[in-house]
Design a protein around this ligand. Sequence first.
Ligand code: SF4
Ligand code: SF4
Ligand code: SF4
Length: 152
Amino acid sequence: MVTVMELYQLLPRTNCKLCGEATCMAFAVGLLSRKKNISECTPLLEENFKKQKEILESLLLPTKGAEETGMIVHPELCTGCGNCVVACPVDVANDPHGAGIGRAPTNDKVIFKVVEGKVVASNIKECRRFGKNRVLCYACIDPCPVGAIEFV
Ligand code: SF4
Ligand code: SF4
Ligand code: SF4
């Protein structure tokens, strides 16, 4: 589970306020709650922070690319139960050799996977909430026992 302190340690820690927050610690809190995006800390774009930026992106990976749908996945809450993986209609569609026989979905559009005990979202443009003809699908939200998935 990533913590505010871990995120904070990877920031420039100059309290320059360019991100709109008064301190780097406040920005770290914003990152953890998904109210802030890594790109808002412009000093992180400098070459000498390249490595820290990559680590931050990997720590926050579960929501990478999810902005288009408003999806927020809270890895700190996720228990890796896998309910959302098999509840998402995109994950289980056309998958006779995976979800169709009770295994992890294998189709190439899979949105949710559990990696090292935490859910990771990818292929986010396949989500039914994405795009002009979007549908207000709740199939992944309702079965999550800990409220780790939300849409804003
Ligand atoms: S822009 Fe980055 S370095 Fe500056 S206060 Fe915000 S988090 Fe800290
Ligand atoms: S909203 Fe529906 S389509 Fe989108 S990830 Fe959740 S279950 Fe899948
Ligand atoms: S249903 Fe919730 S707790 Fe279970 S894997 Fe999905 S996000 Fe994590």
